[in-house]
Ligand binder design. Structure first.
Ligand code: NAP
Length: 250
């Protein structure tokens, strides 16, 4: 029996990360699930992965913190082995407001997780995947956002800016590590049905904005997960440095 490939999903306890972990398990991956604080949600995701026949383990760690990022990758090495794939998904928006009303500490926290953390997570992944570090290649999918194009005025322009950095990371790293057999792509979701909107204080946002999407509705986390799994897979063997909109045309 050939071993199942191993994928690490950061922020895999809820939302898009959880849907991706579940679909990866169904598609034959073993799954390392990182979460920040919601252990119960992480456990539920892991149970669903196990029910699909995967090995699934939990790795608590704050993906804004250098030490936690390094520790999570070490623990994945020790408990599950070398990763073949990474879904660089952990992210937050901060509370919605105009920029001039936003809390500087919260803006810094968003950038720490969405930008610095995501870059350090990608760094650790390349250090497992690239042949120069003993790896055999791999595939990375970063989480961008339609906010990069829309700018998110009156909502969270700092978040849009943080996701712009993810696009640059995707393009640059793809060009850098193509030689190592590592593909790097991103998905840019639009209005997706997860907790992130309530967490930003934007209650009712999906119902309010869904009808203005060309496909006339918000999207599900599962619809994003399908595109992520495509990009991770051999079906996308000649795709790297790409940023895929999953926005219903928004
Ligand atoms: P969500 O439902 O709010 O879930 C966030 C996930 O990230 C949770 O698993 C959470 O863990 C984890 N997380 C948060 N902070 C973390 C940290 N410091 N370290 C590790 N994990 C952390 O969010 P989502 O909507 O699924 O968003 C996932 C990604 O998609 C984000 O990068 C987001 O920016 C992007 N995105 C989402 C949308 C959308 O409409 N939903 C649109 C565009 C892009 P706990 O459960 O432990 O808190």
């Amino acid at each position: 029996m050939s071993p199942r490939p191993l994928v690490l999903v950061t922020g895999g306890s809820r939302g898009i990360g959880a849907a991706t972990a579940r679909l990866a398990a169904a598609r034959g991956y073993d799954v390392a699930i990182n979460y920040a604080g919601n252990r119960a949600a992480a456990e539920a995701t892991a149970e669903a992965c196990r029910a699909a026949g995967a090995r699934a383990e939990l790795f608590q760690g704050d993906m804004a913190l250098d030490a936690d990022i390094a520790r999570v990758f070490r623990e994945v090495d020790e408990r599950m082995g070398r990763i073949d794939a990474l879904v660089n998904n952990a992210g937050i928006t901060g509370l919605a407001s105009r920029l001039d009303e936003a809390d500087p500490a919260e803006i810094r926290r968003v950038v720490d997780i969405n930008v610095t953390g995501a870059i350090l997570v990608a760094r650790e992944a390349v250090r497992r995947m690239a042949p120069r570090h003993g790896g055999t290649g791999g595939s990375i999918v970063n989480l961008s956002s339609a906010a990069v194009r829309l700018g998110a005025p009156d909502t969270y322009v700092w978040y849009a800016a943080s996701k712009g950095a993810i696009d640059s990371l995707t393009i640059g790293l793809a060009r850098e590590v193509g030689v190592d057999g590592v593909r790097v792509n991103a998905v840019a979701p639009g209005l997706i049905e997860t907790d992130i909107h309530d967490s930003a204080g934007l209650f009712g946002r999906l119902a309010q904005h869904g009808p203005s999407v060309p496909l006339k509705r918000s999207g599900s986390a599962e619809e994003v997960a399908k595109v992520i799994l495509f990009l991770l897979s051999e079906e996308a063997s000649y795709v790297t440095g790409a940023i895929y909109d999953v926005t219903g045309g928004r």
